[in-house]
Design a protein around this ligand. Structure first.
Ligand code: ADP
Ligand code: MG
Length: 291
């Protein structure tokens, strides 16, 4: 029988000895947008740490940094100074995704298409372009993804609902929304859901919100539980059971160009991202077995 301590030890062992808990690669590739137009809710943190966790289960993962800030690139230890081949040139159609994709410091199985500050102009430059909403979709060509041999693609969005985020929503079939367990957590969510519905209706029939991840949970506050309950009531099964705790290690890791899994694999933050990623993989197997 599992005691809480045994469970904790087992989880720590999984993080520290990754080869011991490989999971079979899924039959179908999953392509997810990580979106929430609010800044600072944990989009980037979740993108890079879920990616790292998925990699440690044996998946090959591509992170597309679609935020001109380039925070995901930083956390994955990937060069992203102006002029580096990046998602910007991919959107313009100047280079292929394979020309911009580079392995992270985390793992050769975690690859990243970085964002440079050049992307800051894209939001405006795209406006006058042909098929301006389809640019990322064109870059995410299935053959190119086959070539990269990835099981998961995670697109880290900027904190806005502009053309970059629309490009992500058009190019992917699933949306993962990180929600911070804080005041005003649900504010603005309606607007995001409306936009997703608009894109679904007009540009991408497959698009749906598949996953909600509660982040920065602080168990000492009543408010965190209120937000958690409200989100679960609204989104039901789509909310991962794992909640990401607020943890200093999680916020320190990017400063070292690392994910929290590399920076402090035994920490609560690392383990919770491992658990969240495992839930996503298991949900996928279940979906594939009934397909
Ligand atoms: P977004 O991409 O939505 O703007 P980030 O992932 O960059 O949000 O997170 C915003 C800030 O909060 C960052 O400084 C990050 O390090 C910090 N942060 C994110 N998740 C956690 C967590 N679980 N515990 C502590 N700090 C966190
Ligand atoms: Mg971000």
């Amino acid at each position: 029988m599992w005691t809480p301590i045994a469970e904790e030890a087992e989880r720590a062992a999984r993080v520290l000895h990754p080869d011991g808990h490989m999971m079979p690669r899924p039959a179908h590739r999953r392509i997810l947008t990580i979106a929430n137009q609010k800044g600072g809710v944990g989009k980037t943190t979740s993108a890079v740490n879920l990616a790292a966790a998925l990699t440690s289960y044996g998946m090959r993962v591509l992170v597309i940094d679609l935020d001109p800030q380039g925070n995901a690139s930083t956390a994955l230890g990937v060069e992203h100074t102006s002029g580096t081949p990046s998602v910007y040139e991919c959107l313009l159609g100047e280079i292929a995704l394979t020309d911009a994709a580079v392995p992270s410091t985390q793992s050769p199985d975690l690859i990243c298409v970085p964002a440079t500050i050049d992307l800051a102009g894209a939001e405006i430059e795209l406006v006058s372009m042909v098929a301006r909403e389809q640019r990322l979709k064109q870059a995410l060509d299935p053959q190119v993804l086959d070539q990269l041999d990835v099981d998961y693609v995670l697109v880290d969005c900027p904190p806005s609902l502009g053309l970059l985020t629309v490009n992500a929503l058009v190019a992917t079939s699933e949306v993962l929304i990180p929600i911070q367990c804080e005041y005003y957590a649900l504010e603005g969510l309606g607007q995001l859901l409306n936009n997703i519905e608009l894109v679904r209706a007009h540009l991408n029939r497959q698009l749906h919100v598949s996953t909600i991840l509660l982040t920065m949970y602080d168990g000492r506050t009543k408010l965190a539980d209120q937000v958690t309950n409200e989100v679960r009531k609204h989104f039901g099964e789509r909310v991962l059971r794992t909640v990401i705790p607020r943890s200093v290690k999680v916020s320190e890791a990017p400063g070292f160009g690392q994910t929290v899994l590399a920076y402090d694999p035994g920490s609560r933050g690392a383990m919770s991202y491992m658990d969240a990623a495992r839930e996503m993989v298991v949900a996928q197997y279940e979906a594939e077995s009934v397909r």
